[in-house]
Design a binder for this molecule. Structure first.
Ligand SMILES: [Zn+2]
Length: 100
């Protein structure tokens, strides 16, 4: 399970790398192939716009799947260790904090 910060960092790193790759591929291959002459400055800006959308999608998509996978209703089961009994969720392994 990722925290929101971890999801944001991963999505940002992924988007930043994708931005660099897309600028290079766009400049050398895609725009020339389709007959467009584009300055590297415009390329940076246009690609950044696509990357911003990609970043948001990547982050939200990952958060959605984290939400889908997490436990929404604890399913407590009694367990025992050397110190006594405690309740643990069988889905997310959370432990009920009621030990004395
Ligand atoms: Zn749970």
């Amino acid at each position: 399970m990722q925290t929101k910060t971890q999801s944001a960092i991963e999505a940002a790193a992924n988007a930043f790398l994708g931005w660099g790759i897309s600028v290079v591929v766009g400049q050398l291959v895609v725009y020339p192939y389709f007959g467009y002459e584009i300055t590297i400055i415009d390329n940076f800006g246009m690609t950044a716009a696509f990357v911003a959308v990609s970043y948001a999608r990547s982050y939200l998509f990952r958060r959605a799947f984290n939400w889908l996978h997490k436990c929404h209703r604890h399913d407590w089961w009694t367990r025992e260790d050397g110190m006594g009994f405690y309740e643990q969720c069988s889905k997310c392994n959370a432990i009920k904090d009621e030990r004395e």
